[in-house]
Design a binder for this molecule. Structure first.
Ligand code: GLC
Length: 731
């Protein structure tokens, strides 16, 4: 059944039109039975279906049983578009089977601070990686004629005062860091909907920010779907409708519907604006009506979740080849997470999981277990500690399961520290003191400090690996799977080192994005800071060699080709990362930025060619528009952002000199470096510089002189200089 949108638009009353612009309740839109417009259901995501169908006393309770996949932070560590596409594919199938019209995900806000309570749900500190992986996820879901809602657009980078705080952020930082992942998804995957964020941006709520929702999203990026609000994010419904927000969620119990009707009757809201919003809503509703109801096998999806969790895991450290374990004899697992893993986050993404497995459920029979601390993972137990340390001393190898309890990170509040619970740090330290072969497995949604790092042999980061994380952990520990994940965020040494340390989470009203574009590795690289583990880092049970790098221009971009060889004795996958280092420029730019990646699977001794295309945006920065300056770019290819294996230079003509608005304070140097430097001006200045000679002080003073001051040193007035530059006298 299709909706005849234009016909219906002509038949809807203004009250019915207004009613379509807000939910019927928490999860459904309103129906208009009279015209055959159905109510449709939306459900969270993003890494599992949280569909609520049961009501008690008028309130939704519980959610249907579904598969809990690895959370966003884990998925991003796969550095694998086929992984996020597979999760999207499974989710689309599950959504279709439950009658869900649109899944509320992916969540792609950039990780400005590791303290953000919701970072477990988000993908990365890097917008290129986030945009690429989210695009594949969207394509996976939408091929089932199920929609997505890419969230939270934009700048929702903290939980503290998330519904009112105003991000104070310059446009270049927005464009290059906080919007560009959304832009990639909109342009590449054509999501049915976006979800606007709670927060304000430079004083204006995202829900009524017409620059964001109309000028940028629709006019520049060509978005043709609808924008829904985050739940309770609308402040002024009429203003938000004008700005480009079609659907307010959840229901406002008719309050804002009446505001819309009144605004139309008073001439404050043109009917054309309401009609355009309703047209978009009807098109969105109609898209989902093509969906054929699918069924799915929960055990099959659980197996998918197991394989996906294994491909997301990051082997951070593996001294003396402590991993993989050779056999279960004398192996001891310690820590409550070995029995009851922390595998998902708290808040709207919390799933009623089909089947949760802990490592102890599936490990070989010879493995012994001891808790070591209290069962909640947060309190020490002297008796259990003593017992675990004594057993560890006699074991052949010990695996300590550690991580962040849900109380330390969740939607709704931010973390206050990067530390694990003290009892866990003590447990790891005490065991590592008596056992050389100590291995730490981490179940956490965001970076933690590791004071015991140099005392343990191996560290395996599983993140919140979904319901099958126990099986995936055992598969990796015993070598049935080979780790291939890479960190999608930096693990800093200290909270004080982080880019937003002095400004996060801001005051009562505002949070200043003082670090600008220098988020994550961009910050640590620019300041040449040591980190615990760098962006892009991840080890394997095998090794890889890179050779034969070639970089060739192609159109306004380039193609990077190289060969990668598996130089070890077991099959494995390597994520080849391509970073672009720009030429020196007046505009402060990151030392290098990730602009390409490809995951390649290789048998022992096998080698393959890897080819990665770079478009012009790989070289561009925002300066009122996307610009590529002339100069030599360095292409860096590596196994992590700090393990660069090959590099090559590429000279680009760029899009010409920096455009300049010439005025009294424009310096001689800026004119000479811009496209305003006409031959007459250039010739005159070259004469003067020759007279000045090579004395740096005089040269620099002259080059740094503003145009208005030249008449004090040269027989030429400011007006004559403007005329020479072809400018009228009012510049
Ligand atoms: C929450 C979240 C959003 C979620 C929505 C519905 O507040 O911010 O991500 O989709 O409400 O649960």
């Amino acid at each position: 059944m299709r909706l005849d949108v234009e016909k219906m638009l002509g038949e809807l009353t203004v009250e019915e039109k207004a009613g379509l612009c807000s939910g019927a309740d928490t999860w459904f839109t309103k129906a208009v039975e009279r015209l055959g417009i159905p109510a449709v259901m939306v459900s969270d995501g993003p890494h599992g279906l949280r569909t609520q169908k049961e009501k008690r006393d008028g309130q939704y309770v519980g959610s249907v049983e579904a598969i809990c996949f690895p959370s966003g932070a884990a998925l991003a560590s796969s550095f694998d578009r086929s992984v996020t596409e597979r999760v999207g594919d499974d989710l689309g199938q599950e959504a279709s089977s439950e009658g869900v019209h649109t899944v509320l995900g992916p969540a792609i806000n950039i990780k400005r601070s590791p303290l953000c309570g919701r970072n477990f749900e988000y993908l990365s500190e890097d917008p290129y990686l986030a945009g690429e992986l989210a695009s594949s996820y969207v394509q996976g879901v939408q091929k089932h004629q199920v929609g997505v809602s890419v969230k939270h657009f934009a700048g929702n980078n903290q939980e503290t005062r998330r519904m009112s705080i105003s991000d104070v952020v310059d446009e270049r930082t927005l464009r290059e860091i906080y919007l560009s992942a959304f832009e990639k998804v909109v342009r590449t995957a054509k999501p049915w909907t976006l979800m606007c964020s709670y927060n304000r941006i430079n004083g204006t709520y995202s829900s009524e920010n017409s620059w964001l929702l109309t000028d940028v999203l629709r006019k520049e990026w060509g978005f043709d779907g609808i924008v829904m609000s985050d739940w309770g994010a609308v402040d002024d419904r009429v203003e938000s409708l004008k700005a480009g927000l079609e659907l307010e969620m959840p229901s406002s119990r008719g309050v804002t519907d009446k505001e819309i009707v009144q605004a139309v009757s008073e001439g404050k809201l043109p009917m054309s604006v309401l009609d355009e919003a309703v047209r978009r809503l009807l098109v969105w509703i109609d898209k989902g009506l093509q969906r054929r109801t699918e069924s799915y096998d929960k055990d099959e999806h659980h197996q998918d979740a197991r394989e996906i969790a294994a491909s997301c895991a990051v082997l951070l450290q593996n001294e003396h080849h402590a991993l993989p374990l050779t056999g279960d004899r004398g192996v001891l697992f310690v820590g409550p997470f070995a029995r009851t893993p922390r595998y998902q986050g708290g808040g709207s993404s919390h799933i009623n999981s089909h089947l949760v497995t802990g490592a102890m459920d599936v490990c070989p029979d010879g493995v012994r277990y001891l808790p070591g601390i209290q069962d909640n993972g947060q309190k020490r137990s002297p008796k259990r500690l003593k017992e675990a340390v004594e057993a560890a001393a006699k074991a052949r190898a010990v695996v300590i399961f550690a991580g962040l309890p849900e109380s330390m990170e969740s939607e709704g509040y931010d973390r206050s520290s990067l530390d694990l619970p003290d009892c866990q740090n003590e447990l790891i330290d005490r065991i590592a003191t008596v056992q050389k072969r100590s291995i730490v497995v981490l179940y956490n949604g965001s970076p933690v400090t590791m004071p015991w790092k140099d005392k343990v042999s191996a560290i395996l980061e599983m993140y919140l690996g979904g319901e099958a994380v126990g099986e995936a952990t055992v598969d990796l520990l015993f070598g049935l799977e080979n780790p291939s994940g890479k960190l999608a965020e930096t693990f800093p040494l200290r909270l004080e080192d982080t880019p937003s340390f002095l400004s996060f989470p801001g005051g009562h009203l505002e949070v200043a994005y003082q670090e600008g574009v220098f988020v994550g590795y961009r910050w640590y690289d620019a300041r040449k800071m040591e980190v615990l583990f760098p962006f892009g880092h991840g080890l394997s049970y095998t090794s890889f060699a890179y050779h034969d790098l070639e970089v060739e221009k192609e159109g306004d971009g380039a193609v990077v080709r190289l060969r990668v060889k598996n130089t070890g004795r077991r099959q494995g996958s390597e994520v080849v990362q391509v970073y672009v280092a720009p030429p020196a420029s007046l505009v402060p730019r990151p030392v290098k930025e990730l602009k390409g990646f490809s995951k390649v699977e290789l048998k022992p001794g096998e080698e393959k060619e890897v080819s990665i295309s770079l478009d012009f945006r790989a070289f561009a920065y925002w300066d009122g528009k996307w610009r590529v300056t002339k100069g030599a770019y360095r292409i860096l290819v590596g196994s992590s952002s700090r393990d660069i294996r090959l590099c090559s230079d590429l000279s680009l003509d760029g899009d010409g000199p920096v455009s300049l608005v010439v005025g009294r304070t424009t310096t001689v140097r800026d004119v000479l470096e811009s496209d305003e430097a006409v031959p007459a001006f250039r010739g005159m200045m070259e004469q003067v510089l020759k007279m000045v000679g090579n004395e740096p002080m005089f040269r620099e003073t002259l080059l740094g002189s503003p145009l208005h001051s030249l008449q004090s040193f040269l027989p030429v007035s400011y007006q004559q200089i403007l005329a020479m530059l072809g400018r009228s006298g009012d510049a």
